[in-house]
Design a protein around this ligand. Structure first.
Ligand code: KG4
Ligand code: ZN
Length: 340
């Protein structure tokens, strides 16, 4: 680029967060996220409400991101947006906005795969200048996905394994719902688990072939276990909440590491990263460090604000696509089931 600055506007609207970020030469200047509170009372994301909230949020969020970065919209070189995977009604809002905004400014648009965005968040400029080296494995664990991905280069990624039913975040959120906790339950289970005994209640650890995961059986076993116990003692959940959370959380984390360790050994990988909302989990983080030391891994955990859905990760993916001259046409449409 011959020393010229590259300034990207990133837009993320795949699920229930409306986000816009400004990235200049790989560095974040602003990263605004508007969370949608409307879903809390339903115990999960309601697609129709999500897309309506995106429509209300998108203009003020982009405006705020541009102002917070201290730039003018005319300074932008490209608009990167999430094309999928995600909820169709949500994706349409971000995609349509990106297209018309870029058209008005006469700048290119760049389509980004949300899952690749989670992984590439590791390349957002950080103070230590510490980034994963290729090839590395990233375990992406969020409310919608659980994947083990082998990354050979920025856009040369192979999914080694994934969940065949619930995502890891879903396993947290559904358990929280069963226990009467609000959505999203992951952070709450994490908090209660800190005070609990993780060996108290044994739950089954999933063990599918190859590098795939399953979590729906675990959720069902929690449901039946609690049903049985609550019949005997109606206050069982309240009295044992910390131990239930610790035991259940530990089972999810053990299932994840079982496959992660297997994948890194089989592919002789020494660089290991985690991404997605569940990588905020404190047991996952401490186990990554502990097991990483044992296995001889270099480990990478993104800062919290880049773990959960945010437009910074879309902007960094857009940055590398911009450098590669990989732009989208104006007739591009969202894809709810977009593959790599
Ligand atoms: O990446 P993300 O923000 O959105 C999706 O793309 O799904 O991930 C949200 C998920 C939710 O399921 C939430 O419960 C989970 O991440 N989560 C956590 C923690 N913080 C967020 N799960 C366990 N422990 C946490 N500390
Ligand atoms: Zn996500």
């Amino acid at each position: 680029m011959g020393g010229k600055d590259v300034i990207i506007l990133g837009i993320e609207s795949s699920c229930d967060d409306t986000s816009a970020a400004i990235l200049k030469n790989g560095k974040i200047y602003s990263n605004i996220v508007a969370n949608q509170k409307v879903h809390e009372e339903y115990g999960g994301v309601v697609p129709e409400l999500a897309s309506r909230a995106h429509q209300q949020n998108i203009v003020p969020v982009v405006d705020k991101a541009i102002k917070a970065a201290g730039i003018k919209k005319e300074d932008l070189d490209a608009v990167a947006f999430t094309r999928g995977p995600g909820l169709m009604g949500s994706l349409i809002v971000g995609t349509s906005f990106a297209k018309s905004f870029a058209l008005g400014l006469d700048i290119p648009i760049i389509n980004v795969n949300h899952m690749q965005g989670h992984i590439l968040a590791h390349f957002i400029q950080n103070e230590e200048e510490r980034y994963p080296e290729f090839p590395f494995i990233c375990m992406t664990v969020s409310g919608g996905h659980t994947q083990l991905v082998l990354i050979r280069d920025y856009f040369d990624m192979e999914i080694l394994g994934q969940t065949i039913d619930d995502a890891a975040g879903e396993a947290f959120d559904k358990a929280a719902k069963i226990m009467g906790l609000p959505y999203p339950g992951g952070p709450l289970i994490d908090r209660y688990a800190k005070e609990g005994d993780r060996k108290r209640f044994p739950f089954p650890i999933s063990n599918l072939k190859e590098y795939n995961f399953t979590f729906s059986g675990l959720k069902t076993s929690l449901l039946y276990f609690l049903k049985k116990e609550v019949e005997k003692d109606p206050d069982f959940i309240e009295k044992n909440r910390n131990d239930i959370c610790a035991s259940y959380q530990s089972t999810i984390i053990q299932s994840l590491f079982k496959k992660l360790i297997q994948a890194t050994r089989d592919h002789d990988i020494k660089y290991v990263a985690i991404a997605g909302g569940v990588s905020a989990n404190s047991l996952l983080r401490s186990e990554l460090e502990r097991i990483g030391r044992r296995e001889g891994w270099e480990t990478y955990i993104p800062p919290f604000q880049y773990c959960t859905d945010n437009a910074g990760m879309i902007a960094i993916a857009g940055h590398y696509k911009y450098l590669a001259g990989d732009f989208a046409d104006q007739d591009i449409t969202p894809n709810a089931r977009l593959k790599f």
